[in-house]
Design a protein around this ligand. Structure first.
Ligand SMILES: [Zn+2]
Ligand SMILES: [Zn+2]
Ligand SMILES: [Zn+2]
Length: 150
C-alpha cells in the first residue's frame, strides 16, 4: 500500500499522485496532518473511523472477497441455486420432452440396432467399394498389360 496517496497496489516510490493523509484523508502528507492525534481518523477509502492503511478497511482489496457477500451468499443459498438451476432445465426439458416423449420405447431401443445396421452398411459399402475399386484396378491392369507387352 502506498503511504503517499494511500492507494493500493503500488509503492510510494513510484507514486506520482498528490500525497493523501491516511489519518484525515486530506491533501497532505500524513506526517503533516494538522489533525490532533486524539481525534478519530477518517479513512479516505471508505470514510470510516480508521486510518487509510487499516487492513480491516472494507474498501481494502484484501477484504473485498468477503465484502461482496450478497452475490457469494446467493450462490451458497440453496433456494437461489435452485432458482438458477430450474430456469435452464425448464427451458430445455420442455423442448426435448415434446420431441422425444411421443415414442420413448422406439427411441430408447432403436439406437443400438440402428448403430449396428449403420456399421454393417458402412462395412458392406466399404467392402463393395474396395472390391469394385480393386476389380477396376485389376481390369485396368489386365486391359493395359497386354497393350504394354505388345
Ligand atoms: Zn500512491
Ligand atoms: Zn491529515
Ligand atoms: Zn476505510
Amino acid at each position: 500500500m502506498c503511504y503517499r496517496c494511500q492507494d493500493y497496489f503500488h509503492h510510494s516510490s513510484r507514486c506520482t499522485r498528490s500525497p493523501r493523509c491516511m489519518k484525515c484523508a486530506g491533501n497532505h502528507w500524513s506526517r503533516d496532518c494538522p489533525k490532533p492525534t486524539d481525534t478519530p481518523a477518517t479513512c479516505l477509502h471508505c470514510g470510516g473511523n480508521h486510518t487509510a492503511n487499516y487492513t480491516g478497511c472494507p474498501k481494502n482489496p484484501l477484504n473485498r472477497k468477503s465484502f461482496p457477500a450478497a452475490p457469494t451468499n446467493a450462490w451458497s443459498d440453496p433456494a437461489a441455486l435452485a432458482r438458477i438451476k430450474e430456469k435452464p432445465r425448464q427451458a430445455s426439458t420442455s423442448k426435448t420432452e415434446i420431441q422425444f416423449l411421443p415414442n420413448p420405447s422406439t427411441t430408447s431401443q432403436n439406437p443400438p440396432a440402428n448403430q449396428e445396421n449403420f456399421f454393417l452398411q458402412m462395412s458392406n459399402m466399404m467392402s463393395t467399394m474396395m472390391s469394385s475399386f480393386f476389380n477396376q484396378m485389376a481390369k485396368f491392369h489386365q486391359s493395359n498389360q497386354p497393350l504394354h507387352i505388345q
